[in-house]
Each structure stands twice: as structure tokens, then as C-alpha cells.
Design a protein around this ligand. Sequence first.
Ligand code: NDP
Ligand code: 2IT
Length: 446
Amino acid sequence: MNNAYLNRVFEKVKQRDPNEKEFLQAVQEVLESIEPVIEKRPDLEKSGIIERMVEPERMITFRVSWVDDQGNVQVNRGYRVQFNSAIGPYKGGLRLHPSVTLSVIKFLGFEQCFKNALTGLPIGGGKGGSDFDPKGKSNNEIMRFCQSFMTELQRHIGQFTDVPAGDIGVGAREIGFMYGQYKRLQNEFTGILTGKGLSYGGSLARTEATGYGLCYFVDEMLKHKGESFKGKTVVVSGSGNVAIYATEKATQLGAKVVTLSDSNGYIYDPNGINLEVAKDIKEIKRGRIKEYADRVPGSVYTEGRGVWSVKCDIALPCATQNELNEDDAKALIANGCKYVAEGANMPSTPEAVDLLKSMGVFFGPGKAANAGGVATSALEMCQNSMRLAWSFEEVDAKLKGIMQNIFKSAIEAADQYGSADDLVLGANAAGMLRIAEAMLCQGVAY
Ligand code: NDP
Ligand code: 2IT
């Protein structure tokens, strides 16, 4: 980083939170990429915009105690980081995973601000969750945890304040338990969560939105290079919500998806993933991806990480942060991969991103590429406010339009700031500027 202002801001963040590895990684990536913007906009320094953007408006941590099926008291830590409300109520998911720390929630909340700004919709950025591990828990244990979590969270959220949603470990089941508890405590039926079930205010196409949106974004990347999904081989990591629906849309658009993974290993299916089987294992039985190989002849399960060693044209990391490192990037490049787009948040390490970009791989950063989920959440909020429900086709068409616009904003900003096709710069610059304009209008009161 050469810019003195950005260096000062980053040094201060490091000094304040030296141990927040993931948060520092996310901040460094943004600050490095927006240097050319800062050089052209001295007013941003004068108004202290960047030092304000890297400090959350509010951080809440709380105790979540619940009773397991054996009658033992369990205690987890809950978080909600309300990062930036310049352009709308805080918006962002809740993650339930043992790896959750304040650093993880802060990195996710920070990235969420830029992503949400890119959608063009009126949503600020936030994130929350807990170090609770949903694996191996009974339905009743999940319910008791979610009720206890919401018992505290309900004080801090609201349809005009902060609207959480799902993320890793939080899907329709958990959102339902949390929504029920909110309603019980507040005696109010409002759209305070998104990703709700269709029977109580959810939006059609929200389940599919992140994965579908990712593919609509990749479709724009492909078109930009005069190509399409047709006949391409795709490697997808993860086997959760994002991975499943990215696989579905990529397949519909004419590609062959040959892998899915989880934290234990990955499956390779040379005939293309059989989604009926994958959905049955993951969505109905809540099983492990290993079971796919037992059910689909010709497919193979391999224990461990290694999904990036599979030959492909397009790689879509859809599991978790830092799952694709420099060695993985080398393997992808050696195998002729030409496109990498992030379904997960920050799945590629900085070294991997640098290498991919320097070797001419067209790279779609998560803030832009996976924004379809939160964009459709904002469409769910809109329908809730209107007390109306749109058809699947209507929501899907809006989602596609939003993803096309995000690509356009990012590619144009990359051009404008002198780095053609650098979607990292483009997405960070376009998102940052939208938030900055709103902050400049609103003064320095927070
Ligand atoms: P799910 O909980 O549905 O699935 C998560 C998947 O990632 C599982 O296959 C899981 O495997 C794997 N995974 C999680 N943690 C790890 C880990 N530490 N190492 C290896 N594999 C891991 O989550 P989603 O599909 O919703 O989320 C996936 C990613 O997409 C996350 O980064 C999330 O932040 C991001 N995202 C999600 C959006 C949404 O709308 N849901 C929107 C935008 C981004 P296992 O079962 O073994 O844990
Ligand atoms: O990372 C993300 O964008 C999400 N988990 C979705 C957030 C949302 O509010 O829908």
C-alpha cells in the first residue's frame, strides 16, 4: 500500500485489533484495491470516510445458554456486528459454526457493507452468529438454541433497524425457530428476518438466489470474454445452500459440474452432479457428501481437501473463507482453469487471488459474485412491506437484472480507475463510493 492515508488507517486497525486475522485480511484487501480512488478523491480523507468505514457502528456480544437433550446446560457466545447503516438498515446473515469469532463476524460484516451497496438496494451492512456447532444436534436442541439466541437478539433488530438472514449453518429451519421466538417476544408480525418459509412471508427464489446469482454473474464474465457456460466443466466446493443452487443453475446454462465437497472430503462425478441425489442427501437427510458416491455409480469420494486439483474451466468456491490457497490456485492454473468466481465470502487467500489475476484467470470476488442472496433478501423485505408476494419468475428476473448491473458497475469502475477487468478493484471501488456518498451527506455524527 503506497497511499499514506490508507497506510495510516490500516496501521490503526492493526494496532486496535492485532489478533483479528480474518478482519485484517478483509480490510487490507479493500484498502489496497481502492488506492487509485483515494488518489482522485482527497475529500474522502478530509471527511475521515475510510477510518469510519473500518470501525463498526456497534458490536454486540451476548451469552446464549440452552439445555441439551441430556439435560446439561450449554453456553455459547452470540454476536451481532452492526457495521454500517449509511444506505439502509443493517442487513446480513447469521453464521452458526464452531469457528465463529468476533474477527470472523467483523470480516463478514465489513464485506457485507460493500456487497449490499453494490446491489443498488437500500441495505446497510451487518453480520452475526455464534460458535454453536449445529452438527450432530437434534431438532429440539437446534430449536432451543435458536430460541435462546433470539431472546437476546430481538432487542437489537427490527424491520427498520437490522434484518438478519441465514449463512453457514442457518437455513429455513433455523430462521423459522428464530422468527417464532421473535414474534412471541415482540407480539409483532414484521419482516425482521429474511430467508423465511413461504408460509409466513418468505420470498420465492430466496433459497436459490445466491447460487443462481453467482451463475448469472459468471455468465456476464463469460460473455465479456465472448464465451458461455455451454460445454464448460465446473468445479464447485461446498455442498450447502450456495453450492447446490450454483450447481443447479450452471447445469441449466449448459455446463457440467463435476464436484461437490464438505469439510471431510469431495466427490467427483465425471457425468455431472446428479442434483436429485445431492439434494436428498444434504437438504432432506442432512447427511454427508460422501454418501453421494455410495448412491451414484461412476462417482468417486476422496477424503480431505483437494477439490481444486480437479481439471476444470470454471472454479466456484462455495464453502468458506480461505479454502482456496496459493497451491490450489497453481493447480487450477496448471489445469487450464480460466474463471474463478467466489460463491463463499473470502474463500480465496490474498496470495491465491494475486496469482490467479497475474496469470490471466478472470476473477469474480465474492462481494460482487455472491450478492444475489442478499439482493433477494432485500426483495423479500420489499414484498413484506407491501404485504404482497411476487412469483418465482418475477423475483428471478429481478435477481438476474441486479447481477448484470453489479457486473456492469464493477467492470466500469475497474476501467475508470485504470485496471481493466480487475473486478476486485471495480467491486470495492463501486461499493465504497456508494456508501461514501451517503456518509458525506449525513455528517460526522456517528
Ligand atoms: P451451508 O451451511 O448451507 O453450507 C456450508 C458448506 O460449506 C457445507 O458444505 C460445509 O461443509 C462447508 N464448510 C463450512 N465450513 C467449512 C470449513 N471450515 N471447511 C470446509 N468446508 C466447510 O452454508 P451456505 O451454503 O449458505 O454458505 C456457504 C458460503 O457462502 C459461506 O461462505 C457464506 O458466507 C457464503 N454466502 C452465503 C449466502 C447465503 O445466502 N446463504 C449468501 C452469500 C454468501 P460441512 O457440512 O462439512 O461443514
Ligand atoms: O453473506 C451473505 O450475503 C449472506 N449470508 C446473505 C445475507 C442476507 O441478508 O441475505
